[in-house]
Design a protein around this ligand. Structure first.
Ligand code: FAD
Length: 346
């Protein structure tokens, strides 16, 4: 019997597979998509994510370092540097290639298949007719596994969606810039010396100011940025609704990791780090023979993210607070540093 089946070969699933091989567990990853996978993402790897990648032995993918986060609201701006050293802007395809290469070097078996048949019993799990001791669910935001286990909990906040596109333009800031408007935020992440990624997050029910595709429409809410973006270098990709809650990160012999275990919003630039941390925590608990401890380590890895992202969404939903936020942070930059450090220390 193989030790671990992982359904989903995104960052969380591949990280879990690598962590499993590092602990001499046998592992098979099932991923429905072929080859290197692209995905709508802000593509900012925060310092703790870089640390976990290093511990997993993943070669650092090509990218551009950034010092911290800069909020821009019209003429006002506030910024804070990471105290743990820089983050890195990395194209999703570069990150996925690096994770795949490391998994392949450790002999991880990857089966290209959309899993539809799986079940669990007292002694193990069966995935597409094969037996395993444990199942790690890394099947992303929608997570059919979470749904089938009856773990879905209703969302609490209005639905938010995201779109992203890359542009051929030299990064003009050493920070990931987050531009705020009434109903949307626009993220700019440097991903190469000649290219930036632009992700826009918005409320599903809000009316964008002009017509066109969601990306083009929302971009017009940020005229100062829009005029610099002349030459797209990738197609538009979308994702969402973001908020997904799970009653628990575990059910019997199934451990949920990454977005599958619950996600709130990319507003704080988090997601990949949560995927990596929960992947390592799940595998560690299996390797130590104490999978029952996983829910506690999951809570430790995700608590600060849920708290701070929830607080920022609270401010975002109140126009008068949102309008003052950047001005307040500019006068009290320690507040922004404190929040960023708290998130990175989680
Ligand atoms: C607009 C936007 C901006 C973001 N910005 C950032 C950011 O700047 N920094 C950051 O860290 N995070 C960011 N995130 C979040 C980040 O992208 C996610 O948290 C991360 O991709 C989660 O990884 P995952 O492996 O859990 O899920 P995914 O990357 O979604 O991987 C799930 C995988 O499971 C596979 N799968 C699903 N069902 C099956 C099945 N039945 N059988 C086989 N395979 C299956 C899918 O094909 C997929 O490859 C952003 C997200 C969005 C949408």
């Amino acid at each position: 019997m193989t030790d671990v089946a992982i359904i989903g070969g995104g960052p969380a699933g591949l990280a879990a597979a690598i962590a499993a091989r590092q602990r001499n567990l046998s592992v098979t990853v099932y991923e429905s998509k072929d080859g290197v996978i692209d995905k709508a993402c802000g593509e900012g790897l925060m310092p703790p994510a870089l640390k976990v990648l290093d511990e997993l032995g993943v070669e650092q993918p090509p990218g551009v370092p950034f010092r911290g986060i800069r909020y821009v609201d019209g003429p006002h701006a506030a910024q804070a540097d990471f105290s743990m050293g820089p983050g890195v802007g990395v194209r999703r395809i570069a990150l996925h290639s690096a994770l795949r290469a490391r998994a392949a070097a450790l002999g991880v078996e990857v089966v290209q298949q959309r899993v539809s048949a799986w079940s669990q019993d007292e002694n193990g799990v069966t995935v597409e007719g094969r037996r395993f001791s444990w199942l790690v669910a890394a099947d992303g935001l929608q997570s059919p596994i979470r749904k089938r286990l009856g773990l879905n909990v209703d969302a609490r906040y209005p639905r938010r969606l995201g779109v992203r596109r890359h542009f051929n333009v030299a990064p003009w800031s050493e920070y990931v810039e987050v531009h705020w408007s009434e109903d949307a935020e626009l993220y700019i992440t440097p991903v190469s010396p000649t290219e930036i990624g632009v992700a826009i997050l918005y409320h599903a029910d809000a009316k964008p100011p002009v017509t066109g595709s969601p990306f083009e429409r929302w971009l017009q809410s940020f005229p100062a940025v829009a005029e610099r973006l002349r030459d797209p270098s990738s197609e538009i990709r979308g994702a969402g609704p973001f908020e997904r809650r799970s009653r628990a990160p575990m059910d019997g012999r199934v451990l949920l990791i990454g977005d599958a275990s619950g996600y709130l919003d990319p507003l704080t630039g988090e997601g990949i780090r949560l995927g990596l941390d929960t992947a390592v925590a799940a595998i560690e608990s299996i390797a130590n023979g104490r999978p029952d401890r996983y829910p506690r380590s999951w809570a430790k890895a995700t608590r600060m993210y849920w708290w701070l992202t929830g607080a920022l969404l609270f401010v975002r939903r109140r126009a008068w607070m949102r309008r003052r936020m950047v001005r307040v942070l500019r006068r009290a930059p320690w507040m922004m540093r404190l929040a960023i450090d708290a998130l990175n220390r989680a």
